[in-house]
Design a protein around this ligand. Structure first.
Ligand code: NAD
Ligand code: LMR
Length: 342
């Protein structure tokens, strides 16, 4: 056993060897999502219950006092898997040697805004953070971008980190997938575990397309269970506009469900998706006619630490029209941030 490795032997189920600690960076760590996310990472929900973590937590100077409080609470939670913790306002310290990075820190929208309205406020954050990732993170780092507009923020970070392969920069559409699962499960009267392979195309924006055509409900074909009117109407509309509905109802942007989706995304990437199709936005390599480099949500499977886009699904005219709508929107967002792309 190497440094920091030890055995769990205090119960019958746990006589297995601990791995070497990994470094996990979280930005905006004192914010609402951070507060829900850190406890899930620390408890082993993301990287495994035999994977110790060093938490490298980034805030802006104005957030450092709140971050001190969060670190105190994490310490008070006495998680066996937390190897060490660092709180900082310097991205180079936060990303030093990082194996996994959650880019959360940025402003949420208010109920009168679209997510793309945040481009001007949040986009510049991802220039400096992309450069810092390029300079100091592990060359194998896996990055998930949560801060909105997350597809275009991932594009900015990727463009400013030329030494890191593009496929290591992703953006989160798993919350949208989970919302689609929740809607289907509720309508069919089953638990979420019975729903498989519904996924999201495109942008984490109202244009997104939750594609039901390959989904199953308790092993049965979803499009034979739900009528097209519901799938292309209220289902699509609810999933696509859920973020705003939560802001209106809660008076604040989704946080616990967003943290949970970020855990799902990184866990599947790290540990595999067990053959399931999952939604991840990543820089296009021309898949499904999406222009190269646009950070676009595709159907993916995760194996051996890699994301593999499922490339051979048929696209009908409705799906194509939604894919095209998302391409148009993401091209507009890319144009709006062209000065930030290095
Ligand atoms: P929040 O305001 O509660 O917390 C954000 C935190 O980030 C704050 O503590 C702030 O001080 C910090 N921060 C701001 N700029 C930073 C920087 N440059 N470096 C490090 N930290 C910085 O917001 P939240 O509810 O945690 O949401 C965070 C972001 O996640 C928002 O942009 C929100 O829209 C987005 N979001 C995305 C999804 C998704 O599905 N992709 C879901 C929910 C929320
Ligand atoms: C969400 O989908 O809940 C987040 O992206 C927050 C938002 O602004 O909609």
């Amino acid at each position: 056993m190497g440094r920091g490795a030890r055995k769990i032997t205090d119960n019958d189920a746990g006589d297995y060897e601990m791995k070497e600690p990994i470094r996990v960076a979280v930005t905006g760590a004192a914010g609402n999502i951070g507060y829900a996310l850190l406890w899930r990472i620390a408890s082993g929900d993301c990287f495994g219950t035999n994977q110790p973590v060093t938490l490298q937590l980034l805030e802006i100077p104005a957030g450092m006092q709140r971050l001190d409080g969060v670190i105190m609470e994490l310490r008070d939670s006495a998680f066996p898997l937390v190897h060490d913790m660092v709180g900082t306002d310097d991205p180079r310290v936060a990303f030093e040697g990082a194996d996994a990075i959650f880019l959360v820190g940025s402003r949420p929208r208010t109920k009168d805004m679209d997510r793309s309205d945040l481009v001007a406020a949040n986009g510049p954050i991802f220039v400096g953070q992309g450069k810092a990732i390029d300079a100091v993170a592990s060359p194998d780092v896996k990055v998930i971008t949560v801060g909105n507009p997350c597809n275009t923020n991932a594009l900015i970070a990727n463009a400013n980190a030329p030494s890191i392969p593009s496929r290591q920069f992703t953006a989160m559409t798993r919350l949208d997938q989970n919302r689609a699962v929740g809607q289907m499960a509720e309508r069919a009267g089953v638990t979420a575990s019975e729903i498989r392979d519904v996924f999201i195309w495109g942008n984490h924006a109202n244009t997104m397309y939750p594609d039901p055509r390959f989904a199953t409900v308790d092993g049965k074909i979803a499009t034979e269970i739900f009528d097209t009117g519901w799938l292309q109407g209220p289902f699509l509309e609810t999933v696509a506009t859920r973020g705003k509905a939560i802001i209106v109802a809660r008076g604040a942007s989704s946080a616990a469900s967003a943290a949970s989706a970020a855990i799902d995304h990184m866990r599947d990437w790290w540990q595999g998706s067990n053959g399931r199709i999952v939604s991840m936005a990543l820089p296009s390599e021309g898949w499904y006619g999406v222009p190269e480099g646009l950070v676009f949500s595709f159907p993916c499977r995760c194996e051996n630490g890699d994301v593999i886009v499922v490339e051979d699904l048929p696209v009908d005219s409705f799906a194509q029209s939604k894919i095209d709508e998302n391409i148009t929107m993401l091209l507009e967002e890319r144009e709006a941030v062209s000065e930030l792309l290095g």
